[in-house]
Ligand binder design. Structure first.
Ligand code: AMP
Length: 398
């Protein structure tokens, strides 16, 4: 059992950093996707069940200069109360007299939500005095905001120094994210395949470099595959290409040979004469795309080729779509990969989908519960895969 699960929070005020940065409808301020709120519920409920009380702090959006009504966390108060089945209290300022008063009078089983932390510039600056003021509100600090764990902000990292180590905890969401990432990066059962897709090589270089040290196979799909094709002398028509990364692509391929990692590039592509769902569509070898055409998805042979690698793997990491999955004509490749990952998972593989658009894709195709773990942290998970130390994790452990 973990430190958090073992701890009894009875009669303690737990100051929890959550990630309630949920999308809101522009005119009604209704929550359009409450996944992040739901993800934090088990942590909150465990503390309430123990007989503790909870003070929640979060950011919402990117306020520029002080309070802005559209970024107020008051918009989520009613929904949060409904989810928790508790009438949540609200402090209209995250520090100051009203927050202190509401926090100090909080009773066991009660929940207080603080106003948007980013109404203070000090939050993102990691200001110590601001962090200290926040710290005074609770007896213990729980970090459950994996989505902001890559930021050294006041509430996500700097605040840690105002709590002794035994009063700092990872929440259950944070624990689950870290355990899933660790299982893939440091405890992977082999063969370990990393499926890397998306638009740009430049965004994924650090991940690929880190995975070259760990993976058995790396599948490269999506727009970034064409820079690799061109680097090897292929004809890619008007497919996405980063000219300034051709050399990087060759270096990655050479390193993979030296490290005995198999790199798989898509043998064929669905090609289009336009970046549009109305485009004329055909298929071609990925290294022989006619002038005036662009590769927008992996085609049948590539789907089969990649599925074969995935199905023999015991550990699977998936980041980035295989094509322009937002358009129905170019979503088949990403869907085929989702099916292969689901099948491998059913046969005992551990699969983690993390970082940005691949998460959107598995959700869109209804595969989220057919893989082992879907990460809630986009940028944070990417940095974890790049091998970086995340300040929000280090702060709890140090
Ligand atoms: P990323 O955020 O780097 O994972 O990239 C995701 C984006 O890459 C999605 O919006 C996809 O539409 C886009 N994408 C995937 N494959 C291609 C492709 N072959 N050509 C252009 N864009 C692509």
């Amino acid at each position: 059992m973990s430190k958090f699960s073992n701890h009894n929070f009875a009669n303690q005020k737990a100051l929890i950093r959550v990630d309630f940065n949920v999308p809101l409808d522009k005119s009604t301020f209704a929550i359009t996707d409450d996944t992040r709120m739901r993800a934090a519920l088990p942590t909150i409920q465990k503390i309430l069940n123990d007989g503790g009380s909870v003070i929640l702090m979060s950011h919402l959006g990117r306020p520029k200069d002080g309070p802005e009504d559209k970024y107020s966390l008051k918009h989520i108060l009613t929904h949060l109360s409904n989810l928790l089945k508790v009438q949540v209290k609200f402090a209209d300022d995250c520090i100051g007299a009203s927050a202190i008063e509401l926090a100090s009078s909080l009773k066991a089983g009660e929940v207080l939500l603080l106003e948007n932390l980013r109404f203070y510039k000090q939050e993102e600056k990691g200001d110590e005095a601001f962090a200290e003021k926040l710290s005074k509100l609770g007896d213990v600090w729980v970090n459950d905001a994996f989505g902001t764990a890559h930021r050294a902000h006041a509430s996500t990292a700097v605040i840690a120094k105002f709590f002794p180590k035994e009063k700092r905890f990872f929440g259950l969401l944070m624990e689950a994210e870290v355990n899933a990432a660790e299982k893939v990066l440091h405890k992977s059962e082999k063969p370990f395949v990393a499926i890397i897709g998306g638009a740009k090589v430049s965004d994924k270089i650090l991940i690929i470099e880190n995975l070259l040290e760990r993976a058995t196979d790396i599948i490269i799909g999506g727009g970034m595959a064409y820079t690799f094709m061109k680097a090897q002398g292929g004809q890619i028509g008007k497919s996405l290409c980063e000219e300034e990364r051709l050399q990087t692509a060759l270096e990655i391929l050479n390193k993979a040979v030296a490290k005995d990692v198999n790199i798989h590039l898509p043998s064929d592509s669905v090609i289009a004469d336009n970046f549009s769902n109305d485009a004329n569509v055909s298929t071609a070898p990925s290294n022989n795309i006619p002038d005036g055409w662009m590769g927008l998805d992996i085609a049948d042979n590539a789907q089969q080729q990649f599925a074969n690698v995935i199905k023999k793997s015991k550990t699977i990491l998936w980041n980035g779509p295989m094509g322009v999955f937002e358009m129905s004509k170019f979503q088949h490749g990403t869907k085929a990969i989702a099916i292969a990952v689901a099948e491998a998972t059913q046969n005992g593989a551990f699969s983690l989908v993390g970082g940005g658009d691949s998460v959107a894709a598995v959700n869109q195709f209804g595969f989220a519960n057919k893989v082992s773990y879907v990460s809630t942290g986009g940028g944070a998970m990417l940095e974890y895969f790049e091998g970086k130390i995340l300040p929000g994790i280090a702060a709890v452990n140090e």
